[in-house]
Design a protein around this ligand. Structure first.
Ligand code: IMP
Ligand code: MG
Length: 293
C-alpha cells in the first residue's frame, strides 16, 4: 500500500515528466520557507538549490520567489535570499538578460522586486502598475484596513481564548500571531487560530469583496491581503502573460484549508514538497529529463 507521501512524490514526478514532454516550462515560482530553506531560515550560499536555479535560468526559464513573507524594502529580501542573489550576480553561465528573469513577490502578491546587479541589495522594486492584475488595482485602502481590523480582532480572540504566549504583528498588508521568543505552539492551536480567523473574515462583507489568505506558517498564523493565486498570476503577467501550462509552482503548503500554496493550483501546475531537499530532487529530475529530451 502506498503512503500519502509516496503518492505526493509520484504525482510530483508525473508533473515534472509532463512538463518536459509538454510544457514547455517557461516560469518556475517557489515558495520560500520550507521549500527553498528551512522554516524561518535564510537561503545561504551553501544551499544546494542555488546551482539548480541557475541551471533553470541558463535555459531561459524565468524564476520567481512567491512568498508570504511581506517586506516593503529590498534589504529584507536580500537578508533572506542573499546566497541566491549573490550567486546570480556572479554567475558567468547566465546572461545579463537572463539575470533580469529573477523576481521576488512578497506578501503573497503585494511587493515585487526584480534582480538588478546595480541596485542596492541586488533587487529593484517594480511599480505595481507594471505587474498588478486589474482586479488588484481596484482594491480600496479602506477595505484593506477594515479586513485587517476584523482579522486582527479574530486573532486576538484566539490568543485570549487559548492563552497563547504570543504577539500580534500588524503590517500594511497583513496581520499575524507570532510566538514570543522560546515559545512553540501546538499544531492544534495554530489550526484553530487559522480556522477561526478564516471563518470570521469570510463571513464579513469586506471578506467577500477582497481576496485574503489565512494560513498556518508552522509556528505562526498570518492573514494576508491577496493570495498566491494572484502572486503567481502577477509573475505570469510581468513576463508577458505566460500560461498556466507553462508555469510550475513549488511549495510546501498545499492543505486546502490552512495552506497558502494551495490556491496556486488555479493558475498553474504544482509540485508539493516537504523540505528543501525535495525541491532539489524535483529540479534534478527536471534538469536530467530536459537534458535528454
Ligand atoms: P512562505 O513559506 O515563504 O510563504 O513564508 C511564510 C512565512 O513568512 C510565515 O510563516 C511567517 O513566518 C513569515 N512572514 C513574515 N512576514 C509575513 C507576512 O507579512 N505575512 C505572512 N507571513 C509572513
Ligand atoms: Mg512555505
Amino acid at each position: 500500500m502506498q503512503s500519502f507521501n509516496d503518492i505526493r512524490l509520484i504525482l510530483n514526478t508525473a508533473q515534472i515528466m509532463s512538463l518536459v514532454k509538454g510544457g514547455p516550462l517557461q516560469l518556475v515560482t517557489f515558495d520560500g520557507d520550507v521549500t527553498l530553506y528551512d522554516d524561518g531560515a535564510s537561503l545561504i550560499p551553501s544551499n544546494q538549490v542555488i546551482s539548480r536555479i541557475l541551471a533553470l535560468m541558463s535555459r531561459g526559464i524565468r524564476v520567481g520567489v512567491v512568498t508570504a513573507a511581506g517586506y516593503e524594502e529590498a534589504k529584507r529580501y536580500n537578508d533572506r535570499l542573499h546566497g541566491l542573489l549573490e550567486a546570480i550576480n556572479s554567475s558567468e553561465a547566465i546572461t545579463p538578460e537572463q539575470k533580469r528573469n529573477f523576481i521576488v513577490l512578497g506578501g503573497e502578491a503585494n511587493f515585487m522586486f526584480q534582480f538588478n546587479s546595480s541596485a542596492p541589495h541586488l533587487l529593484e522594486s517594480i511599480p505595481k502598475e507594471i505587474w498588478a492584475l486589474d482586479e488588484m488595482r481596484a482594491w480600496k485602502d479602506e477595505d484593506i484596513t477594515e479586513l485587517l481590523d476584523i482579522a486582527e480582532a479574530a486573532l486576538n480572540d484566539s490568543v485570549e481564548a487559548m492563552r497563547l504566549n504570543a504577539d500580534i504583528i500588524r503590517k500594511s498588508r497583513a496581520v499575524g500571531v507570532v510566538p514570543k521568543p522560546g515559545t512553540k505552539f501546538f499544531r492544534e492551536q495554530l489550526e484553530e487560530t487559522v480556522l477561526a480567523a478564516q471563518k470570521v473574515v469570510e463571513l464579513s462583507d469586506v471578506g467577500r469583496r477582497l481576496p485574503f489568505c489565512a494560513f498556518n506558517g508552522g509556528n505562526d498564523v498570518f492573514v494576508d491581503i491577496g493570495d498566491k493565486r494572484l502572486g503567481v498570476a502577477c509573475c505570469q503577467r510581468l513576463f508577458g502573460d505566460i500560461q498556466g501550462i507553462n508555469t510550475l509552482h513549488v511549495g510546501d503548503q498545499f492543505l486546502s484549508v490552512s495552506g497558502n500554496d494551495f490556491k496556486t493550483r488555479m493558475v498553474c501546475t504544482t509540485c508539493w514538497v516537504a523540505s528543501p531537499a525535495e525541491t532539489v530532487d524535483i529540479l534534478d529530475e527536471f534538469l536530467e529529463l530536459a537534458a535528454t529530451a
